[in-house]
Structure formats: C-alpha cells, structure tokens
Design a protein around this ligand. Structure first.
Ligand SMILES: Nc1ncnc2c1ncn2[C@@H]1O[C@H](COP(=O)(O)OP(=O)(O)OP(=O)(O)O)[C@@H](O)[C@H]1O
Ligand SMILES: [Mg+2]
Length: 268
C-alpha cells in the first residue's frame, strides 16, 4: 500500500518569536504506523495538535498546510473540523490521567465518546461500549468503575477504546506508554499493534523512545528542535541512521549486559 492519507507540508508554528515547529514536512501512508520521535520539547505534540487544528490560542501558524485525503485542514469550516476530529482523526492525548473525568464512571465516559459523533443509535450504545472494552481486553465490569480504581495500563486502554470507538481513519497516540512500567508498556504496544493490523489502521505514534519505535513503527520521522532531521523506513533509520542526533537517540535504547535489550517483537 502506498497511498498518502495525510501530508504535512512546510509547517511552521511559533509562540511569539519562538519557532517551535519549523518547515516540518512528512507524510503518513494508509495502513502504516509512522513514529514521530524526538527528545522532550522537539515539537512532537505541537505537530500532532496542528493536525487536529487544536494548537493553543497563543500559538501562531506561520506557514504550511496539512492535507488530509487531499484537502487542506486549515481551509475547513467549523463543522467539517468537528467532523474530522474524532470521526476521521482521533487522538489519545499525552496526559491520560487528566483526560478522564475523575467523578464519572468509565461506562458513561465511553458512552459519551461513542455517541458524541452521532454515528451510533442510542439503542446500540450499550453494545458498542461492550465491544469497545473487549477490543482493548478490559472486562465488562470496567463500566462501573471510576478512573482512580483502574491501573495506569487500564486507564490507557480506556483512552484507546474511546479513540477507537468511532472507527477513525487515523489514530494519533501521543506517548501512550511513557507513564507505564516496561511490562505494561509491552502489553499496550502489543495491543495497539494487534488492533492496528486487524483493522489496517493508520497510526501516528509519538514517542521519545527508540525501543518503542523498534517494536511498533513501519516508518520513522525524527524531530529535533522543531525540525524534521531524518525520516524513512524503520529498517533504514535504525540500521543506518543518517544523522548524529538519531544515532544518539538509538544509543539510548536500554542495554542489558552486553546485548541490547530487545522488546519482544509483536506477533501477527
Ligand atoms: N503553551 C505554550 N506556550 C509556549 N511554548 C510552548 C507551549 N507549549 C509548548 N511550547 C514549546 O513548544 C516546544 C515544543 O513542545 P511540544 O509539546 O511539541 O514538545 P514535545 O516534543 O511533545 O515534548 P515532550 O516529549 O516533552 O512531550 C517546546 O519547546 C515547548 O516549550
Ligand atoms: Mg509532547
């Protein structure tokens, strides 16, 4: 498959005079996992928020366009934008703990996500919630629980199920496993990869961690200080990184004894 579903062209964003994204260009192909990787502050989240046209009010888009299915999202009207967010492009935000409402049971939060876009008749909401939970391998009883009663990994699954509930064309995951310990991280990565393959989902996966890139990505795009410094197929970027910065990030993959610790490759 070789079709571009999303194309970012020469995107430049600033806060005042401070350019936090500069001339960023890359594209995402249908059915692929593109990893956007870079150190903290390199502009990954700002790039993702640009895709949804959800930059903070204080940010200024100076230049560039983002084509989704060939249409520039910055030309869309409010209704088309609303339709795109959630329905066509769903995002799991970086802070999963703040994204869930602490005083509302999980079932109702998923119900709101499922019915928010009007694609699911009321009579089917209950069934859809059940389906959503089973997709992310959570027990049905989770609907009765509050966010604080769940582990970090379970909360992350809930976020994932909410993002998937409207069957998006593109799923953006911003550091979905960073807050989790390594074994839970692996479970979530396995799950994401499994769902991605099963549904032929297009995923933009944001991380600062090359061991995650190795597990999950098809393509890699490396950012540094607001710029894309390298991009290509995972095998090429990991096998023969063209720039020193990428080499340094790869060198940060945890080492066990003599060998590099390998996160087990996901099945399927
Ligand atoms: N509301 C804001 N006002 C001013 N500057 C901001 C704001 N939000 C982000 N920035 C700046 O924009 C730059 C890019 O931030 P961004 O959140 O995209 O980084 P990131 O790559 O996602 O980092 P992390 O891995 O820590 O999440 C940073 O230098 C940050 O300081
Ligand atoms: Mg970020």
């Amino acid at each position: 498959m070789d079709e571009k579903i999303l194309e970012i062209k020469d995107l430049t964003v600033s806060f005042g005079e401070n350019r936090v994204i500069e001339d960023v260009s890359f594209s995402i192909k249908r059915g692929e996992v593109t990893a956007l990787v870079g150190e903290s502050g390199s502009g990954k989240t700002m790039t993702a928020l640009s895709i949804l046209d959800l930059l903070p009010d204080t940010a200024c888009r100076r230049k560039g366009e983002i084509l989704f299915d060939g249409k520039n999202i910055f030309d869309l009207g409010p209704e088309e934008l609303r339709d795109m967010r959630g329905n066509a492009i769903a995002m799991v935000f970086q802070e999963p703990f703040t994204a869930l409402n602490p005083v509302i049971r999980i079932g109702r939060q998923i119900a709101e996500a499922v019915s928010a876009h009007g694609i699911c008749p009321r009579s089917e909401v209950r069934e859809r919630i059940k389906e959503s939970l089973s997709t992310v391998r959570l027990p049905e009883e989770t609907v009765y629980q509050y966010p604080h009663e769940l582990s970090g990994g379970m909360r992350q699954r809930v976020m994932l199920s909410m993002a998937l509930s409207c069957d998006p064309a593109i799923l953006i995951l911003d550091e979905p496993t960073t807050a989790l310990d390594v074994s839970i991280q692996k479970h979530i990565l396995d799950l994401i990869r499994h769902i991605q393959k099963d549904r032929q989902l297009t995923v933009l996966f944001i991380t600062h961690d090359f061991s995650v890139v190795r597990t999950i990505a098809d393509k890699v795009c490396v950012m540094r200080r607001g710029r894309v410094v390298e991009q290509g197929a995972k095998e090429d970027v990991l096998g023969e990184p063209a720039c020193e910065y990428t080499r340094q990030l790869i060198a940060c993959i945890p080492v066990l004894g003599d060998k590099r610790e390998r996160l087990p490759v996901v099945d399927g």
